[in-house]
Write a protein that binds this ligand. Structure first.
Ligand code: S3P
Length: 169
């Protein structure tokens, strides 16, 4: 069975929606960032701080490739997975790529109390969110399905994905 791969910016609800999807469809949820943290024994923040972003991106690519070999999974990715085309190419081989989108205001609201996102630990997170969204927008929209999440509950978003999923299976 094909995997469902959730991509999208930080704070678009990939993890929350992924949990609902896995439960509703009886699939296993695998989170790329969590796998990296358990394999390295380090938090994402510490990997960025001690080894730098490039080292994190290399680990992310390795992990994406490893997880892509599995089947019947809901795969939740980090927001930067789209930065390397090879990541999406391998995840797409056996997966439906679903992108969750949200407005920068929504993303700020959903991420503002969270301190474990190194890229948003800056003086003006709102500007940073807009800048990164601009840089990545085209890459996110290259997904098989794009879902706007503003004003929707995680359950409604999950239901939309399940409808698409059933129509292709
Ligand atoms: C990142 C998103 C994070 C995490 C890392 C980098 C990004 O994951 O992978 O901090 O570049 O957008 P979430 O999207 O789950 O927050």
């Amino acid at each position: 069975m094909r995997n469902i791969v959730l991509i999208g910016f930080m704070g678009t609800g990939k993890t929350t929606v992924g949990k609902i999807l896995a439960k509703e469809l009886g699939l296993k949820l695998v989170d790329v960032d969590e796998e990296i943290e358990s394999e390295t024994g380090m938090t994402i923040c510490d990997i960025f701080k001690e080894h730098g972003e490039l080292s994190f991106r290399d680990k992310e690519t390795q992990m994406a490739k490893k997880i892509s070999n599995g089947a019947g999974l809901v795969i939740s990715t980090g927001g930067g997975i789209v930065l390397r085309e090879e990541n999406i190419a391998c995840l797409r081989q056996n997966g439906l790529i679903v992108c969750l989108m949200a407005a920068p205001e929504t993303i700020l609201e959903r991420t503002k109390d969270n301190t474990d996102r190194p890229l948003l630990k800056v003086e003006n997170p709102f500007e940073k969110i807009k800048e990164l969204l601009n840089q990545r927008d085209e890459k996110y929209r290259n997904a098989d399905i794009t879902i706007e999440t503003d004003g929707k509950s995680p359950m409604v978003i999950a239901d939309e994905i399940i409808e698409h999923w059933k129509s292709v299976h």
